[in-house]
Design a protein around this ligand. Structure first.
Ligand code: ING
Length: 327
């Protein structure tokens, strides 16, 4: 019996700064109900799916030492518990429809830690697992030269937990968030844990201020990294965007469901709220995990020592002091 999971990648269009949780949850419920009509077992929502991408603004009066002053608006973008009154209708409807879901949101813990978080919820409405973003991009301090800020490193701490996998929907599921998808280690760590489907939400502005030459390559890089990660680890990858022009910032859509072969089996054709579905056979993973990417047979971790030290010429010198002369 094949282990097929019908997946709904629920892309979101822009979420306005003033849009309430209740208004957003209504949009999520619409996508969830469409997913039920299309026979989905699992719905995947984007990163920070409950609010606008608020790291694009400086929202406190702090300096380099950290947040300070009135953080009322900033704090309003975080969830203090999950589920909570605003999101309970999503959990209730998912349970009624017997559909699981993945949801990204900003987490403020009782002891004051701030994380960019995602959860995986099973068809019975229970949280199967949670994940906090490991690779936090952007910058810590206000940089007035930018058209818009990317203050994730001001508003979120890096995950203290790392990556994990969870038994769910008849297979092995993992999570990553946005910038994580650009790092090969993200996929390999979970690949070594036997992951069969990685769920990734993202908010990706088309304009990358530190190097605008990358702007025309955003769509290419987006699929490049997820297709490579899928293929090199024999796993499905589901990448789900919050796209469109959100508070004046044009963000990449391009939601896609990618097979362990690296092939895109379904992708979004709009930049708004759109449900992209595919029937994913988890047994397809072994066609790569048990052949080309049989890690136990072919992988050489003893040869990869530089992965545990600094990279680049410095590491080369450490490995072979004479190498620097003809590097
Ligand atoms: N966003 C972006 C991402 O990694 C970024 C950061 C923007 C990188 C534009 C490159 C270009 O997709 C998040 N939220 O990580």
């Amino acid at each position: 019996m094949t282990r097929e999971v019908v997946v709904g990648a629920a892309q979101l269009g822009p979420i306005g700064r003033a849009e309430s949780r209740e208004e957003v949850v209504e949009r999520l419920l619409t996508l969830l109900r469409s997913a039920a009509e299309r026979g989905c077992d699992l719905v995947v929502f984007p990163e920070l799916a409950l609010t606008t991408f608020f790291p694009r603004w400086l929202l406190d009066e702090g300096d380099e030492s950290g947040l300070a002053g009135d953080t009322t608006e900033l704090d309003s973008y975080y969830e203090r518990e999950m589920p909570n009154p605003a999101t309970q209708p999503l959990f209730d409807e998912a349970r009624r429809l017997q559909i699981g879901f993945h949801l990204g949101y900003a987490e403020l813990t009782p002891d004051g830690h701030r994380y960019n978080t995602a959860i995986l919820v099973g068809p019975d409405g229970d949280v199967v697992g949670s994940y906090r973003k490991v690779h936090i991009p952007g910058h810590e301090r206000h940089e007035p030269w930018r058209q818009f800020q990317h203050l994730e490193r001001r508003y979120f701490e890096e995950s203290p937990d790392g990556f994990g996998v969870h038994e769910a929907f008849g297979g092995v599921f993992g999570m990553a968030i946005c910038n994580d998808r650009r790092w090969p280690e993200t996929y390999r760590v979970m690949g070594l844990l036997g992951v069969e489907m990685i769920l990734i939400g993202y908010n990706t502005p088309l304009n990358y201020a530190p190097d605008p030459s990358q702007n025309p390559l955003q769509a290419f890089h987006n699929h490049l990294v997820m297709q490579a990660g899928a293929y090199q680890n024999g796993t499905w990858v589901v990448g789900v965007a919050k796209g469109g022009v959100e508070e004046g910032v044009e963000s990449l859509a391009q939601t896609a469901i990618i097979a362990p072969s690296g092939q895109i089996v379904a992708q979004a054709t709009t930049i708004g709220d759109e449900l992209v579905t595919a029937t994913c056979d988890l047994d397809m993973c072994d066609r790569y995990k048990k052949t080309l990417f049989d890690f136990d047979r072919y992988r050489r971790p003893e040869m990869y020592t530089l992965l545990t030290s600094t990279t680049g010429p410095q590491a080369l010198v450490e490995a072979d002091p004479d190498a620097a002369e003809h590097a």
